[in-house]
Design a protein around this ligand. Sequence first.
Ligand SMILES: *[C@@H]1O[C@H](CO)[C@@H](O)[C@H](O)[C@H]1NC(C)=O
Ligand SMILES: *[C@@H]1O[C@H](CO)[C@@H](O)[C@H](O)[C@H]1NC(C)=O
Ligand SMILES: *[C@@H]1O[C@H](CO)[C@@H](O)[C@H](O)[C@H]1NC(C)=O
Ligand SMILES: *[C@@H]1O[C@H](CO)[C@@H](O)[C@H](O)[C@H]1NC(C)=O
Ligand SMILES: *[C@@H]1O[C@H](CO)[C@@H](O)[C@H](O)[C@H]1NC(C)=O
Length: 476
Amino acid sequence: MHHKETIHLHFILFNKLFLVPFQLFDQLRQDRSNELAKIKPILGDITEPELGISQNDQKILKQNVSVVFHSAATVKFDEALKLSVTINMLGTKRLVALCHEMTQLEALIHVSTAYCNCDREEVREIIYSPPYDPQKIIETMEWMDDSLVDTLTPSLIGNRPNTYTFTKALAEDMLQNESGNLPVAIVRPSIVISSVNEPVAGWVDNYNGPTGIIAAAGKGFFRTMLCHENKVADLVPVDIVINLMIVAAWKTANKYKNNNGSQGITVYNCCTGQRNPISWKQFVNYSFESMRLNPLSHITWYPDGQCRSNPVTNALCVFFLHRLPAHVLDFFSLLTGKKPFMVRIQNKLDKAAKCLEYFSTQEWRFLDENVRELNASLSVEDRRVFSFDVTEIDWPKYIANYVLGIRTFIFKEQASSIPQARKRLYKMLWIHRLSKLLMILLMWRLLMLRSRVARNSWHLFIDLVLRLHRLIPFMQ
Ligand SMILES: *[C@@H]1O[C@H](CO)[C@@H](O)[C@H](O)[C@H]1NC(C)=O
Ligand SMILES: *[C@@H]1O[C@H](CO)[C@@H](O)[C@H](O)[C@H]1NC(C)=O
Ligand SMILES: *[C@@H]1O[C@H](CO)[C@@H](O)[C@H](O)[C@H]1NC(C)=O
Ligand SMILES: *[C@@H]1O[C@H](CO)[C@@H](O)[C@H](O)[C@H]1NC(C)=O
Ligand SMILES: *[C@@H]1O[C@H](CO)[C@@H](O)[C@H](O)[C@H]1NC(C)=O
């Protein structure tokens, strides 16, 4: 991209404190050690007026920034509405105000979510009118006290499943309203998980989305979930989203220059469901395959489980496969003087699963014409360097790296511990099989017992009837 040289400074809004993760940039540190020195961190707080950025830092941004990537948001699905509005909407509003004063601005890329319009089945690359005027919602949050907001939240968010999708939808509309003639584009990823290639395959650093569930399944204590296994799991690798964001910035800046101003906001649905779909069933299958190939250390049980589409069956399985064992384990922890933790973890997982259910039992059509058009407009070289072509994802390989990434980057387990972990997995497999067998025997025994009791009662009953029968003539 020839345009690249004219970009002085990128301003990237990150969540919380951004610590440059060590392993993530090892390669860069090795190859081009001075690149990282170009990063100039600026302290801020998105919940504060003027983003909590000092006057001095603001001056630097206003004078010299040409591209802004806005990815600061609370992605907690069930965040309190007030905080969600403050971060996702008011934060965006404050950022746009700052952007209006940036004299060099060539592109503002706002990261949204494909699910902000999850109330419709087909989602085009346009900004849909939200149910409320964003400004009114912001104002309402200002005077209303927390408990009243919480009471009103369900009716406010309406047919959206959580505050996250609600505030992100309103933020898009607000952005359109506030950005005026600024060069703006919106990138809407679906469910973002580990990297596919860069800077390393399988990099992931949080438990968001399905990652926490997969991690728990790998440990052996998550075994059932409400999920329609033949529906599409719209997952997208984080580096594909980043590449698309970079290219979208380039495109936005070019269009802005060629048109002498903005021609409205372009939206990019960054998803896989249309071009390279994978079902939940395949996702779960590949995940378990990988967990058994490269198991985590110290698993509590053999990793196994499945999607269940019937809520009643699933609730029963949750009780027997998650809750009951958790209570038993915690009971033994108490007995042996250790701190019980399993019930607490299961409570958390339960919440995570509930948040995910809405997405794992439905399917959407995220149309991506703009993404394909953008892909087509790239040179061969740029398409290689900034690849966001989801048809190139090889799912089995990608998911194997994802699961290994959870092991490496979240649990911080070395590859050298795999042989030991495999031994334990093998042991657990036998315990798993043995306990299944024991369970069947126990059931069998119970059934026998019950039928013997039944048989005995039946005999007793017949006996009684016969005796009564004999008594009848005497009674008459
Ligand atoms: C903006 O960049 C120019 C050129 O690199 C530099 O001289 C100037 O000091 C910068 N402005 C601020 C406020 O840092
Ligand atoms: C934004 O919306 C408000 C109403 O909430 C309206 O008064 C204002 O004119 C709008 N601004 C733009 C630039 O459309
Ligand atoms: C943009 O503005 C320049 C100078 O004002 C003019 O020469 C050019 O024709 C304009 N381009 C378009 C597409 O309007
Ligand atoms: C699960 O995935 C493996 C490859 O990883 C494949 O051989 C197997 O057929 C798959 N099973 C199902 C039920 O999809
Ligand atoms: C991107 O462009 C390349 C080259 O034209 C093409 O082979 C590929 O299928 C495109 N991908 C998508 C998702 O449109």
